[in-house]
Structure formats: structure tokens, C-alpha cells
Design a protein around this ligand. Structure first.
Ligand code: AQP
Length: 342
């Protein structure tokens, strides 16, 4: 990322655009929080911001309909609870803006089988869901490219696991622009310095994931204080006793990252603070700062979820705004390809 800190420096008349998305595929984790949601508020002033609840993506894995509906409201409410003002940011649900599916199909035809086969997420998810390796799971990156390119996004804030998908979106945009004339902005991934990859508390070599079956492996944003503290107490560490970053100390490294993200302290400051104190004391402290960090988000979330009708109205408004921008890009794409306009 080069000039994201400067926003529209050099082009004062037009703000640059940020787009990101979260799938409503389960209860959001601390990984989703630090890798994406918690950072979005900082972009509001300088950029045109679009955030979507990626429900179309979530059905690449079987979802229970009532749970999908609930999670869609929850992710939407969490965007707001994490600090996004729906008047200042366009917050919408992907399936409410039909241009995503339409451009997704078009971009399927500009995406190569070979490049899709190299996607790590496809390999991981098809191994995890061997009974349902569907075509959507395979072509997911083309739909994600559509999500980004429809809004001519300059920056895509994501966790490190999504970097490969932003790179393929860049390749698709470049290929399309080369086949016709410049049509899409070529986007850049924006990956945080801290919290880019929060690891599982039970298997710290794996990323923390909302679809992990082991509930003790993930801290959910909406977990109670007691659950958060209990899960950190049970977090897998190592046989050392020193709170230090080190090779082979994946569990402790992860806890230090989480403590840093919650307090804003550097890893060195955390090591100093816990010098001579054991893992037990450290785990308790991580649990406490994490619970403190998430508590206001949970309070705001509860308030928002108590009024689903208002959330529904905001969704409608967000979809209308998003659709306006998306339809302009889609019309342009169709014209370039040679589709007949009526
Ligand atoms: N462990 C993580 N650390 C840092 N960032 C993370 N993100 C996800 N997990 C971590 C970031 O959260 C954003 C939304 O992710 P997503 O909903 O698109 O799906 P995902 O990346 O596949 O996340 P999950 O939690 O692992 O979902 P499931 O289990 O459904 O596949 C993205 O910016 C992602 O980078």
C-alpha cells in the first residue's frame, strides 16, 4: 500500500474508494475483528467506503437458512457497532445488488482455470468440505473480483488470508482492461501491520476461523466476558515459561499479537510488561484486555439488533446507493464487450 494514509492526495477533487466484505458464514471472530472490521472506521473521512455482507459467497459452503438470515443481520449490525456510520459509509448486503452476480458471471469468462486451481482457500475449503466441492467454491475469486471492480475500488482492506484473492482481482482487471480499453481501477490489498492473521487458540499454526468446529479455538466478538477469559486460560502455549516472541512459540506469539492489538503496545513493550511473570498471569491479562475491547461493541450490537426494522431500512438504503455505482460500471462493461443495449 503506498498512499492510503494520504487518502486523495494528488487528486483532491475525487476521493479514492475502499471496498471490503465479510461473509455471514458464522459468528464473527477476533480474527475478523482485527483483520478487518476494527480498522474500517479510520477510512471513513478520507475515502468513499463500501462495505458489504457477502451472503452470495457464504453459500459456497452449506448454510442453514435461518442461521444465514440471522448472521446477515448480525454482520450488518456489527459493521455499525464497530464504528461505521451508515450515513457516511455505504453498508449493504451483496445479494441485494444484482450487479454482483451479473459481473461475477462475466468475469468468470476472463478468469483462467489454472489460476483458480492455485487458490489456497479453494484447496483448504475443498479439503474441509470434500462432500460439497461445488463450482461456486472454485469460481469464488471471480465473484470477489466483481465485488471489488464494480465500485472501482482503489483499496481493499483485508486480512492476510485474502491477499491472494485481491491479487487475482488485479490480474482479472488488467486482463479485461487489456482486452478492451481501461475499464476497471486495478485495486490494491491493504493488509494491517498488526492483526493481519490471528491464529486459532487451540491450533496456533492455523488461522482463527468462524467455521472452526472447536468453539474453544476462536474468540467470537459477541462472546461473554467469562467465555473470553475462560478460552484464553485454555489457550495452547508451550513448555517455556517466558512471555517472549520466538520461533516455535506459535501460541505465545499469537497471544502477544492479540495483547498488542487490544492495547496498542508493541511486542517489546508486552515482553517488558510480563518479564518474570508466568504464562498463567499473561493469559488472564490477555483475556481481560480483550473482553474490555469487545464489551462496547457488544453493547452497541445488542441495541441495534433490538430494532430489526431499522436495520432492514438501512440495508435498503445501502443497496440503493451501492446499486447506483455498480450499475454504472456494469453498463460500461457490457458496452465494451459488445452486448446489445435496449
Ligand atoms: N484469523 C484471521 N486473522 C485476521 N484476519 C482475518 N480474517 C478472517 N480471519 C482472519 C479477515 O476477515 C475478513 C472477513 O473474512 P471472510 O468473512 O471473508 O472470510 P474468511 O477470510 O474465510 O474468514 P473465516 O473467519 O475463516 O470464515 P470462514 O470460516 O467462513 O471461511 C477478511 O478480510 C479476512 O481476511
Amino acid at each position: 500500500m503506498t498512499d492510503i494514509q494520504n487518502g486523495n492526495a494528488g487528486a483532491p477533487e475525487k476521493k479514492k474508494t475502499v471496498l471490503s466484505a465479510v461473509q455471514p458464514s458464522g459468528n464473527l471472530t477476533l480474527g475478523n475483528y482485527f483483520g478487518s472490521l476494527s480498522r474500517f472506521g479510520e477510512f471513513t473521512e478520507m475515502f468513499d467506503c463500501y462495505y458489504c455482507v457477502a451472503d452470495l459467497h457464504s453459500i459456497t459452503v452449506r448454510q442453514v437458512p435461518a442461521e444465514l438470515r440471522r448472521h446477515t443481520y448480525e454482520v450488518y449490525a456489527l459493521y455499525i457497532a464497530c464504528g461505521l456510520d451508515p450515513k457516511e459509509n455505504v453498508l449493504f448486503v451483496q445479494s441485494h445488488v444484482h450487479e454482483h452476480a451479473e459481473l461475477g458471471w462475466i468475469l468468470d469468462c476472463y478468469t483462467m482455470f489454472g489460476e483458480l486451481s492455485r487458490m489456497t482457500q479453494f484447496k483448504d475449503k475443498s479439503a474441509k468440505h470434500a462432500d460439497n466441492v461445488n463450482a461456486g467454491l472454485f469460481t469464488y475469486p471471480a465473484l470477489m473480483a466483481a465485488d471489488i471492480l464494480l465500485y472501482q475500488a482503489d483499496y481493499v482492506p483485508v486480512g492476510a488470508d485474502q491477499k491472494q484473492h485481491v491479487e487475482i482481482a488485479r490480474d482479472i482487471a488488467t486482463r479485461f482492461n487489456g482486452a478492451y480499453t481501461p475499464t476497471f481501477t486495478v485495486p490494491e490489498a491493504y493488509i494491517p501491520k498488526e492483526g493481519a492473521k490471528i491464529m486459532s487458540l487451540q491450533e496456533p499454526t492455523k488461522k482463527m476461523s468462524k467455521s472452526d468446529k472447536n468453539e474453544n479455538a476462536s474468540i467470537y466478538i459477541l462472546d461473554s466476558r467469562d467465555d473470553i477469559i475462560r478460552k484464553f486460560k485454555r489457550a495452547v502455549t508451550d513448555s517455556d515459561t517466558c512471555v517472549r516472541v520466538g520461533e516455535g512459540k506459535d501460541g505465545i506469539n499469537n497471544l502477544i499479537t492479540i495483547y498488542s492489538c487490544c492495547t496498542g503496545k508493541s511486542a517489546e513493550e508486552v515482553e517488558c510488561e510480563f518479564d518474570g511473570r508466568g504464562y498463567g498471569e499473561f493469559k488472564l491479562a490477555v483475556g481481560e484486555v480483550c473482553a474490555d475491547k469487545l464489551s462496547p461493541v457488544k453493547d452497541k450490537f445488542d441495541e441495534l439488533m433490538a430494532d430489526k426494522a431499522s436495520l432492514g431500512a438501512l440495508m435498503k438504503e445501502g443497496a440503493e446507493h451501492a446499486s447506483y455505482r455498480a450499475s454504472r460500471t456494469l453498463s460500461k462493461v457490457k458496452r465494451k464487450i459488445g452486448f446489445v443495449e435496449i
